[in-house]
Design a protein around this ligand. Structure first.
Ligand code: AMP
Ligand code: TRP
Length: 329
């Protein structure tokens, strides 16, 4: 029997942080390696154009994300790894979805509200229509599963709504996809544990390619409460709880085991161990990423070959869609 299809993407907007890794990328690799899915992983470059950028910087960010994918274990022999903008059908389907989505639905999206609030009058229209392109990315491959962090659930709900709406109006065409979350779908900032760790606030991020020295310094500075106990209490001990989550996700053991291990120990000891764990966990990653970045042509070739494979599938689907709505023959 055919395997269910799974897809996800990340925007090339800068270095990946441990929230991206524990909320998404680590899971991409595990899902790929489970052998249970037909996997598509892409670089959402079109989405990333909604934020300020320079062309040189954008090219570098794309290659860097490709290197991040490969260095964490995504494998072009097992998954289709591609660049969103090279598969034109995503944009074509996005336009069709825009015509089926009300302004109200788009204006209600939390991400739009947050980002447009920052930009005010300068906010671009792409920020508003962002979720219709995301729906196109997913629905064009008939994906059944989408591994993402918690912040993307609202967009995924809209994707499901669009699939239902289209199917009802034009006949069964799309699959309604389900999200796959990790145990840490929302990692918080290490400098302000009430806020989500986000690339837009680098001081609160642990980046995957931070040097051992940076990791040590950042974790030792991580904001915690003035108490003594190392235990999970997201309300009263947001900082320690966040560090416990990071620790437990990296070692693959539950938090109770860590609470026991650190019973009677102080924050400094706990932070020292966590820093060592993070440093060791990403040692191979740092080495492999560097080697990959030294061979940009290999990265470009991987994206090209994946994009060709994705285009074949996506073109079939967009043709089917156009026929359903009466604009193709
Ligand atoms: P982005 O960089 O916005 O394209 O996000 C890439 C992936 O990382 C998405 O699946 C996000 O949901 C996930 N992600 C981003 N920030 C966090 C975070 N702080 N905690 C957990 N997952 C996150
Ligand atoms: N919006 C996602 C993010 O910011 C990135 C993304 C774009 C995506 N298209 C997608 C994720 C399709 C999953 C599936 O993280």
């Amino acid at each position: 029997m055919a395997k269910p299809i799974l897809i996800s993407g990340i925007q090339p907007t800068g270095r990946l942080h441990i929230g991206n890794y524990l909320g998404a990328l680590k899971n991409f690799v595990e899902l790929q390696n489970s052998g249970k899915y037909e996997c598509y992983f892409f670089i959402a470059d079109l989405h990333s154009l909604t934020e300020n950028f320079s062309p040189q910087e954008k090219s570098k960010q794309i290659l860097e994300l490709a290197a991040d994918y490969l260095a964490t274990g995504l494998d072009p022999k097992k998954s289709v790894i591609f660049l969103q903008s090279q598969v034109a059908a995503h944009s074509e389907l996005a336009w069709i979805f825009e015509t089926l989505t009300s302004l109200g639905e788009l204006k209600r999206m939390t991400q739009f509200k947050e980002k447009s609030e920052k930009e005010k009058e300068r906010a671009n229209a792409g920020l508003l229509t962002y979720p219709t392109l995301m729906a196109a990315d997913i629905l064009i491959y008939d994906a059944a599963f989408v591994p993402v962090g918690e912040d993307q659930l609202q967009h995924l709900e809209l994707t499901r709504t669009l699939a239902r709406k289209f199917n009802k109006r034009f006949g069964k065409t799309f699959v309604e996809p389900k999200p796959i979350l990790t145990e840490s779908p929302r990692i918080m900032s290490i400098s302000d544990p009430k806020k989500k760790m986000a690339k837009s606030e680098p001081s609160g991020c642990l980046f995957l390619d931070d040097s051992p020295r940076e990791i040590k310094a950042k974790i030792s500075r991580a904001v915690t409460d003035s108490g003594l106990e190392i235990k999970l209490d997201p309300e009263k001990k947001a900082g320690i709880s966040n560090l416990l989550r990071i620790y437990s996700s990296l070692i693959g053991h539950g938090i109770p085991m860590l609470e026991k291990k650190y019973h009677g120990k102080n924050y400094a000891e706990f932070k020292r161990d966590l820093a060592e764990l993070v440093i060791n966990h990403f040692a191979d990653f740092r080495k492999d990423k560097k080697a990959l970045m030294a061979r940009p042509q290999t990265l470009v070739a991987v994206l090209k070959s994946g994009s060709n494979a994705a285009t074949k599938i996506a073109e079939k689907k967009i043709h089917e869609v156009k026929k359903k709505i009466g604009i193709a023959f």
